[in-house]
Design a protein around this ligand. Structure first.
Ligand SMILES: CC(=O)[C@@H](O)[C@H](O)COP(=O)(O)O
Ligand SMILES: NCC(=O)COP(=O)(O)O
Length: 259
């Protein structure tokens, strides 16, 4: 299982002070040393963390492949074509969101996405689509002729978190907890099954499959055990742990869990 480390969250910390420390560029050597397989960054339209200059320097200096996540906005696509990362992952962006809320709607935006893919592929950038784990989106991805899909694991991660915070609040009587916990367990199983089914379908259609969003040290094994997924992109939980353990150890711990 390959690991892409999303280093946006280092820039989030920098932006809290609007200074130049910590510099996400400094993470490249540590990621390489800890055997990460890829660097993932997201050049958001509002530049809330990674800036154009970061992306440029990261792509120029990284010895690991760089997966640049971006919206389908035409100006952004033109910037990405100039930056030339190994891969561009097209994601939906909503100005008010705290983080990416769902997968790209390939049906509504088909023409715009098709144009973006064409431009990127003409610039020898492989393309991935960040989509919800459903058959329709996989089939449309195949029709759009991309190399990769990345399955959004946010819903799975949210159900997992709800289930486990219920466990922590165990001062409620077991009876009260029984029904919601059963339902949450069922939902979690269904959500994993949905991801597995979508990943299998994608492989069947010759797409390479990544997954990510909200994965952490507790929930990751349920996803990394799906054989048709070959790569996970993980950011928030790795950078959060690195505050206490250092980035090198945080990546090693994650690699150990998903190997
Ligand atoms: C598409 C995706 O899941 C990541 O890029 C994630 O969005 C990074 O964190 P932010 O949402 O904080 O930009
Ligand atoms: N595409 C998902 C990603 O890059 C990392 O998401 P998260 O782990 O920061 O939630």
């Amino acid at each position: 299982m390959l690991l892409g480390v999303n280093i946006d969250h280092i820039a989030v910390l920098r932006e809290a002070r609007k200074i130049n420390d910590p510099n996400p560029l400094d993470a490249l050597g540590v990621c390489k040393l800890a055997n990460a397989d890829q660097i993932t960054i997201h050049l958001r339209e509002d530049r809330r963390h990674i800036h154009d200059d970061d992306a440029k320097k990261i792509i120029q200096s990284s010895t690991l492949p760089v997966n640049l996540e971006c919206s389908i906005n035409e100006q952004i696509i033109d910037i990405v074509c100039k930056l030339k990362p190994q891969r561009a992952t097209l994601v939906p962006e909503n100005r008010e969101e705290v983080t990416t809320e769902g997968g790209l709607d390939l049906e509504t935006n088909y023409k715009k996405i098709e144009n973006a893919i064409k431009k990127l592929q003409e610039n020898e950038i492989e393309v991935s689509l960040f989509i919800d784990p459903c058959k329709k989106m996989i089939e449309l991805s195949s029709k759009l002729n991309v190399e990769w899909v990345e399955l959004h694991t946010g819903r799975f991660a949210n159900i997992y978190a709800m289930l486990h915070s219920n466990l922590i609040n165990s001062h409620h009587s077991i009876k009260e907890l029984e029904l919601p916990r059963c339902e949450l367990n069922k939902l979690l199983k269904e959500s994993r099954k949905e991801i597995k089914k979508a990943a299998n379908k994608a492989v069947e259609l010759d797409l390479k499959v990544a997954a990510g969003h909200g994965l952490n040290y507790q929930n990751v094994k349920k996803i990394s055990s799906i054989k048709s997924i070959s790569e996970l992109n993980i950011g928030q939980s790795i950078i959060a742990r690195s505050v206490y353990t250092g980035l090198y150890q945080a990546i090693l711990d994650m690699k150990e869990l998903i190997k």
